[in-house]
Design a protein around this ligand. Structure first.
Ligand code: CO
Length: 626
């Protein structure tokens, strides 16, 4: 099989053209139809599974969403169905129109005048997904628009939030559905700009150059990446972003390629805010499902976003009018030195062996309104796969008198504060450890009661609990017991007779802080647990459902796991998918302003008896050094 006929070969310009033409041929579509997204369609794991695309289309006039599955490369339409009740992600076109409608509204203009603002054109207007609270307007397709003052075109508007004004726009009628003014609070006065024209760069950095005179150690063929013993495929999903497929390791000890994962990637993320004020208590952004994270992928710049010898992959998405949309340099691939890999000084003979740690990095960065999110996958020579989210950009803000009592936000400037919030990411980790038939266990350290079996009270052991069904596997992180989760293949044994396995080592991280009775707990049920495990189903990809916009909740993981499906019993196990939610609770610091330094959070997939001994023992020493 060549890279050009693989089921997860990335979509190209011709593919998008084929899909759009097929959709328009199959149905007479009104002029008001728009494309939400075109992505690769999951056609399952069977050998020779076809390569297909999924197109999501909306009729802007009435919000009707339909989905077509199109075979590639021939353009045969396999299915074309309406999706009742689905609300699509906000279209850029609609966001633009919502700002025009807001700017022309008399009530909004009067509210600006009450705050001493008369230059309406200079106001930055940010549309927000409205959430769902069962209010009368919620059966209309909405955005809520917030206002920020810019004192010049490049000014950081988030330094000057216009507090209390929330304009609900009906996206289909282009009209104001509700206008709220919760009262005048002075607009924070101080500028907070961060560009080199605003901040004189310091001069204390010595040059640091990363060179690989013989080129990088990886090869890329289409979207297929090989590095040392690793190989995988890479795509950029229009909604969920960076996705890895068919991750395998060529193990010289057993002289074959061993599968580790069928697919790894973000499934959904949500940013719930903890501020109870009326102007803020509805803020919950699903940056995948409501915004289309993949559509907001940056074009990366060599030497700035990525340092060293870089290979970039472009991504091809669909524009709303059906045109191919190329994001150049969307995915960055490079190698990094990462300290030491292993070392030992033998104190008896004086011999020293030390190896440098090298990692392969696959990354992409997205801008969602005020925030940036970088997603980084790492592959190591010791068999570890790790993932990090890097959060940066500008925090959400509110205006409040500097010394006012407000336990739901932290002050960051004169009359300016940032509400408490979380960023919670749910990853779909379809591990296939040496094949699809795996079992999942929880490992926890238990102390042993003092007594004859533990005479010095020092004993602890690892307790292993197998998950029999989905409800067993709805779990929280517990750092106090070193809790982790193991995916093993009982039919493949290592040198000491154990099933070969990989473990998910989660970070220390909370779940959703909002009450179970909140709207967001129902809509983002995935965020109420750190772990879920489901039997593999190729239709189950998006943890909050395929269309979370204005959804009252209960879709996605909550719905799939309601029947408490079996995760396999007996010796054989089954094909399972792990869903891992982690994130940060952001109690904003003054140092996060006006652009926050990168905050990092992530997890590791660590081999546990997958290899018989340290697989990086044979890594070569640094030439000429050690
Ligand atoms: Co934050």
């Amino acid at each position: 099989m060549t890279p050009t006929d693989h089921r997860c070969d990335a979509l190209g310009i011709r593919d998008i053209e084929t899909v759009v033409a097929a959709v328009r041929r199959a149905r007479e579509l009104p002029d008001t139809h728009r494309f939400n997204f075109v992505t690769l369609h999951d056609t399952g794991k069977a050998p020779g599974a076809p390569r297909r695309a999924l197109a999501s289309i909306v009729d802007r006039a009435d919000g009707t969403v339909s989905e077509a599955v199109v075979n590639l490369p021939d353009g045969e339409v396999i299915s074309f169905v309406d999706i009742p009740g689905a609300v699509p992600p906000l279209l850029y076109e609609e966001a633009f129109l919502a700002s025009i409608t807001t700017r022309e509204d008399d009530r909004w203009r009067a509210a600006m005048r009450r705050r001493g603002i008369t230059d309406f054109d200079s106001i930055q207007l940010d549309p927000w997904p409205p959430g769902w609270f069962g209010e009368p307007e919620d059966d209309r397709r909405l955005a809520r628009v917030l206002s920020y003052r810019r004192d010049f075109p490049e000014d950081n508007g988030y330094a000057h939030p216009i507090e209390g004004v929330v304009v609900w726009i009906d996206l289909e009628k282009n009209e104001v559905a509700r206008f709220e003014d919760h009262g005048v609070v002075p607009v924070p006065p101080d500028p907070a700009n961060y560009r080199t024209v605003d901040v004189e760069p310091r001069t204390d950095r010595a040059p640091l150059e990363i060179t690989q005179p013989d080129g990088p150690g990886f090869t890329v063929d289409g979207n297929h990446l090989s590095w040392q013993r690793w190989d995988l495929r890479i795509t950029l999903h229009a909604i969920t972003g960076l996705t890895l497929h068919d991750v395998g390791y060529h193990d010289p000890a057993v002289r074959r390629r061993r599968s580790i994962a069928h697919q790894l990637g973000l499934s959904e993320m949500v940013v719930p805010y903890g501020d109870v004020a009326a102007a803020h208590n509805w803020k919950n952004a699903f940056d995948c499902g409501e915004w289309g994270l993949g559509r907001m992928t940056n074009s990366l710049t060599l030497g700035c976003d990525c340092l060293g010898v870089i290979h970039y992959l472009d991504a091809v998405l669909v524009g709303e009018q059906g045109e191919p949309r190329v994001i150049e340099n969307a995915i960055c691939i490079h190698e990094e030195d990462f300290g030491i890999l292993w070392k030992h000084l033998d104190m008896h003979s004086g011999t020293v062996e030390v190896r440098r740690r090298r990692r392969l990095v696959v990354s992409a960065i997205h801008t969602v309104g005020n925030y940036e999110y970088g997603f980084y996958w790492y592959f190591y020579e010791d068999g570890t796969i790790a993932h990090e989210v890097k959060l940066t950009g500008i925090v959400q803000v509110k205006a409040r008198p500097t010394h006012a009592h407000d336990p739901y936000s932290n002050p960051i400037g004169e009359g300016l504060a940032a509400p408490h919030h979380q960023h919670l990411f749910c990853y779909r980790l379809d591990l296939d450890v040496d094949g699809p038939d795996n079992i999942v266990e929880e490992i926890e350290v238990a102390t042993v009661p003092a007594g004859p079996d533990n005479p010095r009270s020092n004993g602890f052991l690892a307790e292993v609990t197998r998950f029999g069904s989905e409800h067993d596997a709805m779990r929280l992180i517990d750092s106090s017991t070193a809790r982790r989760w193991r995916v093993s293949n009982p039919s493949v044994r290592n040198a000491v007779g154990q099933p070969v396995a990989y473990e998910l080592h989660p970070p220390s991280t909370p779940v959703l802080h909002a009450l179970d009775s909140s709207s967001i707990a129902a809509r983002a049920a995935f965020a109420t647990r750190n772990l879920w495990v489901t039997p593999y189903d190729r239709t189950e990809h998006r943890a909050a459902g395929d269309y979370p916009s204005q959804h009252p909740g209960g879709d996605g993981l909550a719905r799939w796991t309601a029947g408490n499906r079996s995760l396999g019993d007996g010796d054989g196990g089954g094909d399972v998918v792990l869903w891992h939610t982690f994130g940060v609770t952001h109690l904003v610091r003054p140092e996060d302003w006006p652009v926050m330094p990168v905050e990092v959070k992530g997890f590791s997939l660590v081999p546990f008896g997958f290899f018989d001994r340290n697989p990086a023992l044979d890594v070569a020493p640094q030439p000429g050094h050690c």
